[in-house]
Design a protein around this ligand. Structure first.
Ligand code: SF4
Length: 706
């Protein structure tokens, strides 16, 4: 149990895990840290099992408390041994300087994560561009939110996961959820759906699995993975054929509809049924429910977005929402359900390969000049955009690729697609440094491992699923000598001779972030720590006002205009493209991946949480009884799944909740049960560079033994 010297105090902070960012009160000091849920607007007193158990890890026996280095420098077969900070940072700085001297600045890279605070994400992007002057930085949100972000930017000129508050879900008469399972991934959010249902609202869930969320819905559509775009175009086809399109809204607030109108003409309902497996009657019920509702919301998530055409798929659902006149109306619109705790803020402040703080483009001369002025550097010294996450990882150790890599808050050896290929690439590096609280599968491969403070031990801000900027508050001190990533970056910058540009103090960094974001799309300049405290979070955009009056923040976007130059939302014609891999004789089934309630992301934390491990100790492959019977597989048998990338073993979970042609595995584990050892990384979405986590071809066989 977490126990630190000092006076016991209770602090309002937020869960370390998903993007709902449930409020919780943590009590810590001279007794073990405990928590109770807070009556915060996101969770209204609710927490899921992950949140409830989150203090278990603060004093976990496997927690890293001192840096680790290889006993023989440069030899990754030698054991990791404890070292001083001076030794560990010295090795990292030597590697950075040596690599850049021999191979150039871009040969040193940075890889971040969507769990970093806004301040840490901002500082990491600045560290790459100012202290390292490298273009090589990206983050794991590229594997999560990037398709929806690409579509929202294209259609609305702005990407904020949900452009409306969570409370709008409760106010909507119809909600269509595509590839999202909040009942398992963020259970307290279900209270918004439940409140709607109690008023008589109808919910439609689109998912190849009959999940807990699907079971609570009025209608469940069960498409073949990778066909969500065809379904959306088919729904719009029906809306047009039945005269359900809001022509006045389309004329007044959008552009480009004629081309979309022509494009969806080819998506006849029976053709869509053949492509997706969704019956025509269910397609029609969905469209009529959406079109006749006073208030209606369409939400997409990873099930629809993690595809080679993920951006276009999200766009197809935006097209549908626009045609029905939803975005910008209260209780209505399109949104995406973010995954990671700071998946939203993580992509706004400059740790993406092509972006600067304020969601500014690194290609925009005015944006470069603005941010360079805040940073006190010459705009010409800012690097060009670099490679996206998987492209960066796939080029590790190559000529022109990164040769020394610093990883913060990410476990790519488990979470990246085609994970064994990524592990091989990590092995090709000259030097790998990882900052984490535990020896993750990625940290195990490192030359230097740097321990970092955990959520309850640090201050900063996070931006949640609805664009609400909230405060993570320090509830207890970190173990002696363990810094948070903000302090780590400031110290490293100092050793690299750029210390004057960096601070380890969160509020100082936030004040700079405000200035860097001013005038950008994600404008935080009117937000302060005090306002967040007083107002239970502030929604961006929230610009600083010239007359000093407080801007109220923007819970609901697009009421008057969209963030495009002409104020109109853009329809974009998009076409169904079949998945990169479809079943054949050798790999006859479709593999899809996702999450389970008691685990989180790559499992670095939740697999070490005793109470969660008791619920979900091992990953299970879900198979339909028909498929199990055909292959002679019984409940709990061990099955081996094989794809063109590799093999992995799981215990079978035979359930009629899944399509007979689809196998599902959760991705929270590595090693011999690594779902991502199987996934396809060879077909990235052209806009977002999202890999196709959600569909590839797989063979299934029962095997003996573990
Ligand atoms: Fe934490 Fe998300 Fe669970 Fe809330 S729903 S307790 S934020 S994991």
């Amino acid at each position: 149990p977490a126990r630190r010297a000092g006076t016991t105090r209770t602090t309002l902070t937020h869960c370390p895990y998903c993007s709902l960012q449930c409020g919780m009160e943590v009590t810590a000091g001279d007794r073990p840290a405990t928590l109770v849920p807070a009556d915060f607007p996101t969770n209204r007193g609710g927490l899921c099992s992950k949140g409830w158990s989150s203090t278990e890890l603060l004093d976990h026996p496997e927690r890293l408390l001192r840096p680790l280095v290889r006993s023989i420098p440069g030899d990754r077969t030698s054991p990791l041994v404890e070292a001083t900070w001076d030794d560990a940072l010295g090795r990292l700085v030597d590697a950075i300087e040596r690599t850049q001297r021999v191979h150039g600045r871009d040969a040193v890279g940075c890889f971040g994560g969507g769990s970093l605070t806004n301040e840490q994400a901002y500082q990491f992007g600045k560290f790459a561009r100012v202290a390292l002057r490298t273009s090589a930085i990206d983050y794991n949100g590229r594997f999560c939110m990037s398709s929806a972000a690409g579509a929202a930017n294209r259609a609305f000129g702005l990407d904020r996961g949900m452009p409306f508050p969570l409370a709008d879900i409760a106010a909507a008469d119809v909600v269509v959820l595509v590839g999202s399972n909040p009942a398992d991934t963020m259970p307290p959010a279900m209270q918004y759906f439940d409140a709607g249902r109690e008023r008589g609202a109808q919910h439609v869930v689109v998912d190849p699995r009959r999940t807990a969320t699907a079971r609570s819905a009025a209608l469940h559509l069960q498409p073949l993975p990778g066909t969500d775009l065809a379904l959306a175009n088919g729904l719009l086809h029906i809306a047009l054929a039945e005269g359900l399109v809001d022509e006045a809204y389309v004329a007044a607030r959008t552009s480009g509809f004629d081309e979309v109108r022509a494009g969806v003409a080819a998506y006849w309902p029976d053709r869509v049924e053949r492509l997706t497996g969704v019956p025509v009657a269910d397609q029609r019920r969905t469209v009529f429910a959406l079109a006749r509702a006073e208030r209606a919301i369409v939400l997409t998530a990873r099930g629809a977005e993690q595809h080679r055409s993920g951006t276009d798929t999200a766009q197809a659902y935006i097209n549908l929402a626009l045609a029905l006149g939803l975005p910008g109306r209260p209780g209505s619109g399109w949104g995406t359900v973010t995954g990671q705790g700071n998946g939203q803020g993580g992509r706004e402040h400059g740790q993406k390969a092509d972006q600067l703080p304020g969601y500014r483009s690194l290609r925009d001369p005015a944006a470069r000049a603005h941010v360079a002025a805040v940073w006190g550097i010459d705009p010409d010294d800012l690097p060009a955009p670099g490679r996206s996450a998987f492209e960066l990882l796939d080029a590790l150790g190559t000529d022109g690729g990164v040769r020394t890599l610093l990883v913060l808050a990410s476990n790519v050896a488990v979470s990246a697609p085609d994970a064994r290929r990524v592990i091989r690439r990590l092995g090709d590096l000259d030097f790998l440094a990882v900052s984490d609280f535990f020896l993750s599968e990625t940290a195990e491969l490192a030359d230097v491992v740097l321990p970092s403070a955990m959520w309850a031990e640090e201050d900063g801000t996070m931006t949640n699923v609805e664009g609400r900027v909230i405060r993570r508050r320090r509830s207890l001190d970190p173990p002696p000598g363990v810094p948070d990533d903000l302090q780590l970056l400031a110290t490293l910058a100092d050793r690299l001779g750029a210390g004057q540009h960096f601070s380890g103090d969160p509020e100082t960094v936030f004040e700079e972030l405000r200035r860097a974001s001013a005038g950008g799309v994600a404008d935080y300049s009117g937000i302060s720590y005090r306002r967040i405290d007083d107002e239970q979070g502030v929604f961006w955009p929230c610009p600083d006002t010239p007359d000093g009056t407080a801007h109220p923040g923007t819970p609901r976007l697009f009421a008057e205009r969209f963030a495009t130059p002409d104020g109109r939302a853009r329809f974009v014609r998009v076409e169904h493209v079949d998945a990169h891999e479809r079943p054949d004789d050798e790999y006859p089934y479709v593999l899809t991946t996702g999450r389970v309630l008691a685990q989180y992301q790559s499992g670095t934390q939740t697999r070490r949480t005793r109470s969660l491990q008791m619920v979900a100790p091992t990953p299970r492959a879900e198979l339909h009884p028909d498929l199990a019977r055909r292959l002679g597989i019984g409940p709990d048998d061990v099955v081996e799944l094989t794809t063109r990338r590799g093999r992995a073993r799981f215990h079978a979970l035979v359930t009629d909740a899944i399509r007979p042609d689809v196998v599902f595995v959760p991705f929270h584990w590595g090693g011999g049960s690594s779902a991502n050892a199987l996934t396809d990384a060879d077909a990235l979405d052209p806009t977002s560079k999202m890999p196709a986590f959600k569909v590839c071809a797989v063979a299934v066989a029962r095997v003996e033994g573990p």
